[in-house]
Design a binder for this molecule. Structure first.
Ligand SMILES: [Ca+2]
Ligand SMILES: [Ca+2]
Length: 327
């Protein structure tokens, strides 16, 4: 990630996906077929998840009468560091260890840290972040109740176990009320609809494959849920992208577009270099989207297939909603 993007992350993570899209650098036309989607760069931050909305695997402290809290300090007040209040985060007490199982689902972890304002200028702690046992961040300086919040931005690509540690700063745990404020996970992603496909074919060419629209050129919608990004297509469909082994995961919601009501019947399949990586089974109109998450590590060619489910292509309007590849 370049420094510009990091700066914007600091100020606002998800205020505007459109804004980030302005960073897209489209592949050179002459090299289209051989240019990975990666060359488009990161243009979206997706899957934003606050730690306090997840269940930790474990949360232990050496002061169990003030246990670790979600979205509150250990005194059950709003999280606050040096007078700045946060609606989200984890409040804990030194010495503290909190472990989350990320299951390698995220690329980025970001948090503010500090001693909670409820102890005034007192308290003294340090913060460390570990990924699968490897130290990824250390606040180093001992922080007290009068230290402004620090921000950590950590790459957690491929990390299963995220461990957050608060130490007592070497002087005991008195007043060591520590906050992981706004602690959140997200992915740096590229929407496929912001890149050029290598090819896009269907057996119903009068309704060709669309970017960010259904084949009727309407907003992509599955069972009434509207998506601003994605690929709208019609069975039988093959859409091919060159990934150039640059990505770790392919994610999408899939379903029949709402524009055909309860009609339509398709199967979604994902192939990586000719090997089938995912098969949805039969999906019909009027049913909820399926969220799919496919490992595409080492894949050069991603092929998205929609079949007619064996009963013909009538009403087979199929959406790869929010289709994205994650570094
Ligand atoms: Ca201390
Ligand atoms: Ca069908």
């Amino acid at each position: 990630m370049n420094n510009k993007l990091k700066m914007f992350l600091t100020t606002s993570l998800i205020t505007s996906t459109l804004f980030f899209q302005s960073f897209v650098i489209m592949p050179a036309k002459v090299a289209k077929a051989a240019t990975p989607a990666a060359s488009s760069g990161v243009n979206a931050f997706t899957d934003l998840t606050y730690l306090s909305d997840l269940n930790w695997e474990s949360a232990t402290t050496t002061y169990p009468s003030l246990p670790t809290q979600k979205d509150k300090s250990v005194y059950m007040q709003p999280i606050s560091i040096n007078g700045k209040t946060y609606t989200k985060g984890i409040g804990t007490h030194a010495s503290s260890e909190i472990v989350y199982n990320l299951a390698k689902n995220f690329t980025n972890f970001e948090t503010d840290m500090g001693v909670d304002s409820e102890v005034g200028p007192y308290g003294s702690v340090t913060f460390q972040i570990y990924g699968d046992g490897v130290k990824l961040y250390d606040s180093q300086q001992v922080m007290t109740g009068s230290t402004p919040a620090k921000t950590a931005r950590v790459n957690v690509t491929g990390v299963s176990k995220l461990k957050l540690v608060v130490n007592d700063g070497g002087d005991g745990i008195n007043n060591d009320h520590a906050d992981w404020a706004n602690a959140r996970l997200y992915n740096t992603s590229t929407y496929l609809s912001d890149t050029d496909w290598t090819s896009a074919t269907t057996t119903y060419p009068s309704l060709p494959t669309q970017k960010d629209k259904s084949v009727y050129s309407q907003p992509i919608s599955i069972n009434g849920n509207v998506y601003t990004k994605g690929i709208g297509t019609h069975a039988i469909s093959e859409t091919v992208y060159y990934l150039g082994k640059q990505f770790a995961m392919f994610r999408s919601d899939v379903g029949v577009d709402s524009e055909v009501g309860n009609y339509g019947s398709v199967v979604f399949q994902v192939y990586g270099d000719g090997v089938k990586l995912y098969d949805s089974g039969v999906v019909t109109g009027g049913t909820s989207a399926k969220s799919i998450n496919v490992n595409v590590t080492g894949v050069s060619q991603l092929k998205l297939v929609v079949t007619d489910a064996g009963d013909g292509i009538d009403n087979d309007h199929a959406d790869w909603a929010n289709a994205r590849v994650i570094n």
